[in-house]
Design a protein around this ligand. Structure first.
Ligand code: ARG
Length: 459
């Protein structure tokens, strides 16, 4: 039954078969496995290791197995352990003895490394597309609400007014760096391991360059032991995904806060909220909450594989089979999160009347008052003290800055003049006219750059 139990007189214990099998999850590599095997068979024929005719039979056998799998007709068998042996056994079943030649000059160790790298490359491309799509949505949302002012926060206390667009573009920047991390990971994944064999390289005249070309890799692995034993490209993906999920969890948290009754800055579309089974008035931001929650699961996958690989001796060890479920789950989680966020933000309604109310409440212009005194010659620290006392005075009276008289201002500093009333939320925002600042001019510039990046950067 098994392809590889030749030296044993017994079948594996049933529990062992189940415990060691990876087919319940590595069936997801069927397409990569078949693509890799076809390239391998063609290479074997080109090199005269098998005949062209044999390669032809193997290739069409593999293509028909791909169809069987895609049509749900393939019977995956646990006793055949993994996707590699399931496909190989079926091939021999279909085409006879010649199928047994496919595994010449190859080991499952370089085969699984290849499959996983092919999978990783596709996953990274999909992730880059997902990131770009979400960045597009952020830019459109920022652009559609260009004039909207809101409180900017530190310590979750109103700090200084900012443009909502500026706040949203902060996430654009985070995702931009995430994309750079994933692109770096793509470069490291783009390395062709076939020819490494079990660990030492293969004893046949194989053409690795041909394989790399056929399979779309830009580099060849340079050390067979490394090629079959490292999974750092998976870890890099999981690390980049962890950072990205951390970023998305912050956006999620803000959406949750902003959509609360207390903030009321945004309203989520009904298609992106859920109701409560007991409280009819509820409209819950579950998508954002789950994204926030799933960040933990993605970090966990990273930690799990780091721990699995720690102190693992070279070269291949079966422990490495543990790389897959976490990797697949990470890819699924981040792709789904990016997609659902794009939809959620596309349909998000900004309630500018509420952000404006929030920004006019309180003493958010305090820094601007201090800056006003500095421009009239006061030292910043002194100006800061003066305004601090002014805030406490105004609070005591239950009045806003705009409701204080000039003579009241003058009691705190003779430098205050009538033009102190020209300090407004708008003037405050406009004053932050530095590169990277929230002034409308700078935000326009940032939007233009963002759009250029989205139009130009290729994924
Ligand atoms: N299912 C195995 C894995 O995922 C494939 C490689 C098996 N190699 C071996 N020497 N047992 O890692």
């Amino acid at each position: 039954m098994s392809l590889i139990r030749g030296r044993f007189s017994k079948a594996a214990d049933k529990l062992v078969t189940e415990y060691t099998a990876s087919i319940p999850f590595d069936f997801r590599l069927y397409s990569q496995d078949i693509t890799g095997s076809i390239a391998h068979a063609r290479m074997l024929a080109r090199q005269g290791i098998i005949s062209e005719k044999e390669a032809g039979v193997i290739t069409s056998g593999l293509e028909s197995i791909r169809e069987e799998i895609e049509q749900g007709k393939f019977q995956f068998k646990t006793e055949l352990e993994d996707i590699h042996m399931n496909i190989e056994a079926r091939l021999t079943e279909k085409v006879g003895e010649v199928g047994r030649k496919l595994h010449t000059a190859r080991s499952r160790n370089d085969q699984v490394a290849l499959d996983l790298r092919l999978f990783a490359k596709e996953a990274i491309s999909d992730t880059l597309l997902g990131l770009k799509n979400l960045q597009r949505v952020l830019v459109s949302l920022a652009e559609a609400n260009k004039g909207v002012v809101m409180p900017g926060y530190t310590h979750l206390q109103p700090a200084q007014p900012v443009l909502l667009a500026h706040h949203l573009l902060a996430y654009f920047e985070m995702l931009k760096r995430d994309a750079i991390r994933f692109s770096g990971c793509l470069e490291r994944a783009d390395v062709m391991p076939l020819g490494s064999g079990a660990l030492a390289g293969v004893a046949y005249n194989v053409d690795r360059e041909f394989l790399a070309r056929e399979l779309g890799f830009s580099q060849l692995s340079q050390n067979s032991i490394d090629a079959v034993s490292d999974r750092d490209f998976v870890l890099e993906y999981e690390a980049a995904a962890s950072l990205c999920m951390m970023h998305l969890s912050r956006l999620a948290e803000e959406i949750i806060l902003w959509s609360s009754e207390e903030f009321g800055f945004v309203e989520l579309d009904e298609a992106y909220t859920t109701g409560s089974s007991i409280m009819p008035q509820k409209k819950n931001p579950d998508v954002a909450e789950l994204a926030r929650g799933k960040a933990g699961r993605v970090y966990g996958r990273l930690m799990a594989l780091l721990t699995t690989m720690k102190a693992l001796p070279l070269a291949y060890n079966r422990d490495l089979q543990e790389d897959k479920e976490g990797f697949f789950d990470t890819v699924d989680t981040i792709l789904a999160t990016l997609a659902v966020f794009a939809g959620m933000l596309k349909t998000l309604k900004v309630k500018a009347e509420n952000t404006e109310l929030a920004v006019k409440r309180g003493y958010i212009l305090a820094t601007d008052l201090a800056d006003y005194l500095v421009r009239r010659g006061e030292a910043f620290r002194t100006a800061h003290d003066i305004v601090a006392r002014l805030v406490s005075y105004a609070m005591g009276k239950g009045r806003l800055f705009s409701q204080l008289s000039l003579s009241e201002y003058k009691e705190f500093s003779p430098l205050f003049e009538e033009d102190v009333y020209a300090i407004t939320v708008e003037s405050s925002v406009a004053a932050r006219d530095v590169i990277g600042g929230t002034a409308p001019k700078q935000v326009d510039r940032a939007l233009a750059i963002a759009k250029k990046i989205l139009g130009e950067s290729k994924t």
